[in-house]
Design a protein around this ligand. Structure first.
Ligand SMILES: Nc1nc2c(ncn2[C@@H]2O[C@H](COP(=O)(O)OP(=O)(O)O)[C@@H](O)[C@H]2O)c(=O)[nH]1
Ligand SMILES: [Mg+2]
Length: 289
């Protein structure tokens, strides 16, 4: 009994709100990873660190690794460059993409081949030809896994179906004669060592915003924008952003005529407008990590 109570408390403090799910997803991924050569990890370019779950490094330690730096269209261009260099420096192959528009997708084939070069050469030496390299897309919720798979694979190719005995129950998408992709992406759980990571995940929409208070999120965002993207709040809402962060939120509520029924300012509504504007890119290209 005592233990259950504790678990519920953990849920309330938002550290780990889906432990059951997480264990199951991880076990599934452990199995799937055995079937593939290369892990295609999708991250949200606005939060390149916060949108990664480092468990993938352990799970995929013997596999080739590609990072898809997705939602690059919403993130700060200068920051994108720096983060991409950072990941390359760690030994990852990196492709910058907008999975929604298709930007960068044409670079995936060559990157897959490059990432699996050793494997392809080993196969050749052993006389194994015509064996496609196999990849699996992984990432935390909402980073664009489905959009990516659709954009990269689904349109132009056929499903290979089940291969009895070898890959029972698995659907593979044949991208071209050299490449196959596991049809279903692996879902990683966001990680919350740090409260700020949770806040950034909620602001960008990776986790449900009812888990964290939207006004708190907006205050964090206002403070961050004041410090890192001077002028953006002023430009969008015509507010004096040098004011204290809470007052900036009041001013946004006023400018946007966010009123409750009793005529008082509705800060929650203003917070919602701000967060929506960030998510849709209306505030401009912003990186939070
Ligand atoms: N602007 C932008 N939106 C994207 C991009 N990739 C995905 N999205 C959007 O992000 C949301 C989540 O994408 P989805 O593929 O469902 O994520 P999944 O949960 O990882 O499968 C959807 O609204 C997509 O249209 C991108 O590169 N740029
Ligand atoms: Mg999906």
């Amino acid at each position: 009994m005592e233990k259950i109570k504790n678990d519920q408390n953990i849920n309330k403090t938002n550290i780990n709100w889906y432990p059951g799910h997480m264990t199951k997803a991880k076990r599934q991924m452990d199995q799937d990873i055995k079937l593939i050569d290369v892990i295609i990890e999708i991250i949200d370019g606005r939060i390149p660190l916060s949108s990664r779950n480092p468990d993938i490094d352990e799970l995929g330690k013997n596999k080739s690794r590609i990072i898809i730096f997705n939602k690059a269209d919403l993130a700060d261009k200068e920051a994108n460059k720096k983060w991409i260099e950072y990941f390359k420096g760690k030994g990852f192959f990196v492709v910058e993409t907008n999975a929604k528009s298709g930007m960068g997708i044409n670079k995936i084939d060559a990157t897959m081949m490059e990432a699996c070069k050793e494997k392809i050469e080993r196969n050749k030496r052993r006389g194994i030809v015509n064996r496609p390299i196999r990849g699996m897309v992984v990432g935390i919720p909402n980073v664009g896994k489905s959009t990516f798979i659709n954009s990269y694979a689904k349109k132009a190719c056929t499903k290979t179906g089940n291969k009895p005995g070898v890959t029972r129950g698995k659907q593979w998408i044949r991208v071209n004669k050299n490449i196959e992709l596991l049809d279903t992406p692996g879902i990683l759980w966001p990680k919350f060592d740090d409260e700020k990571v949770g806040i950034k995940l909620a602001i960008t929409g990776a986790i449900k915003d009812d888990i964290l208070n939207i006004t708190d999120l907006s205050i964090y965002l206002i403070n961050y924008l004041k410090e890192n993207y001077k002028g953006i709040l002023n430009k969008r809402y015509e507010v004096d952003e040098d004011k204290e962060k809470v007052e900036v939120l009041y001013d946004i509520a006023e400018k946007r005529k966010c009123l409750r029924k009793n005529g008082e300012l509705d800060y929650d509504k203003a917070a919602g407008i701000l967060i929506d504007d960030l998510r849709s890119g209306n505030l401009g290209k912003i990186t939070l990590d």
